[in-house]
Design a protein. Sequence first.
Length: 258
Amino acid sequence: MKIQLLPSTFDAQGKATLEQRLTCFLIDDCVTVDAGSIAIALTADQRTKVHDIIVTHPHMDHIASLPIFIDDLYPTLQQPMRVHATPEVIELLERDVFNWNVYPRFSDLKNDYGPVMQYVPIPLNTEFSVAHLKVIAVPVNHIVPTIGLLISDGKSNVAFSSDTAETDAFWKVINETKQLDALLIEASFPDELASLADVSRHFTPSSLSRELKKLNHNGMDILAVHLKATYRDTIVEQLKALQIPKLSVMNPGEIYNW
């Protein structure tokens, strides 16, 4: 499985920077988990291949450029852009984003080829298919309805925590999986902002360290994501100080293979 954390910022030469303000993971060049930077970071070739977008929750950094992405492709889409989300998140997207005030309700619109956007409801705790992938979605502990994911391509299994604080159902599903190749888990705030992390339901390095004790697997890559850009350097140092084997920070733009 090939996964890339799409960049959200670029330097003057067009090279991805390490600052991450928007969240979007590209899997095998054809499926994304979330869509924060989908409209600004995909290559022209990738734009022609992505037709399935899994939305873990409706916070802006996870959906910011989704409407623009569909808008850009509107005239040329020969099949609908499939937005996979739980019924609760679909309702929030329709109410707050695709509502004719913030952006058009693309689920009601067609181009010369047919519908341009289609919602696909996600079941919880039950395996379902997205393109060539098998996915299990599990509720996690955030301030809006949010899901973590276990994704398999038949050879590799990768878990995505999405935005969360202390949780249990996510670890139960992962621990019941025979093979886990990688865990992508959030670490949003430095330890000094633990109170802010608590109220917004995110991890700091210290709380992440405690949470990882629930993980029964050993030897897989653990990649910290969702580092708030303002505190990135501090969070990176605090994560290193934990000395957790195979724990590192996922770099935007870099391609990871499992």
